[in-house]
Ligand binder design. Structure first.
Ligand SMILES: Cc1cc2nc3c(=O)[nH]c(=O)nc-3n(C[C@H](O)[C@H](O)[C@H](O)COP(=O)(O)OP(=O)(O)OC[C@H]3O[C@@H](n4cnc5c(N)ncnc54)[C@H](O)[C@@H]3O)c2cc1C
Length: 468
């Protein structure tokens, strides 16, 4: 295989200038820097940034890049948490943010066709006007895009009931290295002809093709919703409460939890509704959402309260409808910034374990924090076993830095021993690349390498972000 280019030649730059006239090409370092970073806090300077306005430009770009062996790094809003859009191994960044049209929202087919640069929340607002519902709801939905969500298979709080992004992708149109177009899937909600190439693109992190159009599945919009916050004196009671909810036959839309460290952090920046020392000790908080028809919801809410009450919460608050629910969810949104009350730096991991192992996992992570002398705050999507483990430390202190890394690796080991995964939703990108072989066997990695080779024989698409 011919080696990849290591920089752009003047001839390359002339080609890019001609293909991306005006502000379509960015080469000034001060303008490019922002395209070299994402929310992982990793960064690298791109060789150039191109901003296509049309699919034809992308086809031509991929034809040229394949012939010249120039690495390309697809990028949208750069909110990825694992460095997936960072050109850490060099190359031209391809921002598809200007491909941002909603092409169709069809209430008969219950699907929509969109370009990758559409911001997720803006799309959801449009569907809601038509009484339609696109459930995937990463916490970044106001700042990330549908293309980025599909490329990372983003999850969200509603995953318990509605699943994650992959469950709503009916079709993906992508340009492959060499310039061929693959139009996988379509508007049919069921399709079993051939291998499922659509799903292969979902979560492929820009390594198989550059998306230019997505076909997404929609549902009827639920009529109403309600939220309950319940605080408990022990993690065990909280998890017993959560179990009771499922035992009662209730499938919540969202089931989030915060452990004692996370609750303590929030209490430092906001008046919280749950008991705090010296009047009580809150060791865990659950936040649950349910949705459905207005008539069914009142009954379900009563059943939910009954189920939670059996685990002995110290406080139980409820909100009916978005206006009353919002203050309760605002508390949940504070959990990530509140972590910085406990230290200036954090490693934010997003492991997932089988649902039945959640207590063992959270108690284990807390013990690992104590063992390594760092704060560990756990919170997240209890309903599907996806726990955000925040290891809080001071990066200026060499000893703490080493202990935080050792703690992170111990968290991964415990997760894997419980049958879990080192990433439930953020992907491995560059930040977790060194740990992929801890989870995937040689056989699995060889199969994935073979698939990558078929789509991208020269390895020009997002190099270094694979799984091998
Ligand atoms: C505050 C905050 C909260 C978050 N909450 C969540 C959460 O709840 N759940 C969750 O899953 N994630 C979450 N994330 C992570 C992030 O928002 C998601 O990974 C999101 O899907 C990334 O979208 P983006 O538009 O920013 O894409 P980018 O970060 O720009 O890119 C993501 C990946 O997509 C690839 N890509 C970009 N464009 C294309 C294209 N046209 N074709 C093919 N591949 C492409 C890139 O190469 C990269 O690998 C959060 C991030 C932040 C900052």
């Amino acid at each position: 295989m011919t080696a990849l280019a290591t920089s752009l030649t003047p001839t390359h730059l002339h080609f890019l200038e001609a293909l991306f006239p005006g502000d379509g090409l960015v080469t000034r370092p001060e303008e490019m820097a922002v395209y070299g970073a994402d929310s992982s806090r990793r960064s690298a300077m791109p060789w150039a940034v191109v901003r296509p306005r049309t699919e034809e430009q992308i086809v031509e770009l991929l034809r040229w890049a394949e012939a010249e062996r120039v690495p390309l790094v697809p990028r949208l809003r750069g909110t990825g948490m694992s460095g997936g859009a960072v050109p850490a191994f060099g190359g031209v960044v391809v921002s598809t943010l200007w491909l941002n049209r909603v092409l169709d929202i069809d209430a008969e087919d219950f699907c929509a066709e969109v370009e990758p640069g559409v911001v997720t929340a803006e799309f959801q607002a449009l569907t809601q006007k038509r009484r339609l519902f696109y459930p995937p709801d990463p916490a970044s939905l106001k700042i990330s895009t549908l293309g980025g969500n599909v490329a990372t298979c983003a999850g969200g709080m509603r995953a318990v009931k509605y699943g994650v992004t992959r469950d709503y992708v009916l079709g993906v149109r992508a340009v492959l290295p060499g310039g061929k177009i693959c139009d996988a899937g379509g508007r049919a909600h069921k399709n079993v002809v051939g291998l499922d190439l659509t799903r292969l693109f979902v979560g492929s992190c820009g390594t198989l093709g550059i998306f230019t159009k997505l076909t997404l599945k929609l549902l009827p919009l639920p009529e109403s919703s309600a939220t309950v916050l319940a605080a408990f004196g022990s993690l065990h009671d909280a998890l017993e409460g959560a179990r009771g909810v499922f035992r009662a036959g209730i499938l919540p839309t969202a089931l989030e939890f915060m452990d004692a460290t996370a609750c303590r952090g929030i209490a430092q920046i906001k008046d919280v509704p749950w008991p705090t020392a010296p009047n009580g000790d809150t060791r865990a908080v659950l936040l649950l959402k349910i949705d459905g028809s207005a008539s069914a919801l009142a009954d379900e809410l009563a059943r939910l309260e009954r189920a939670l009450s059996q685990a002995g919460p110290s406080c139980l608050l409820k909100g009916l409808g978005p206006r009353e629910e919002e203050p309760l969810w605002e508390i949940r949104r504070l959990v990530s910034p509140a972590a910085f009350q406990l230290g200036p730096d954090k490693l934010g991991e997003d492991i997932a374990v089988p649902r039945g192992s959640t207590v063992q996992a959270v108690e284990g992570f807390q013990a690992l924090g104590a063992e390594h002398g760092v704060h560990v705050a756990c919170y997240g999507h209890l309903g599907d076993g996806n726990i955000h483990v925040n290891i809080i430390y001071d990066a200026q202190d060499e000893g703490q830095r080493a202990r935080a890394k050792a703690c992170k690796e111990a968290v991964f080991r415990l997760t894997l021993s419980l049958g879990g995964t080192i990433s439930g939703e953020h992907g491995t990108g560059i930040t977790k690349a060194p740990y992929v072989s801890w989870q995937l066997s040689e056989t699995e990695r060889a199969l994935m390498a073979g698939i990558k080779q078929v789509f991208d024989p020269s390895g020009i698409l997002n190099p270094g972000k694979g799984w091998v």
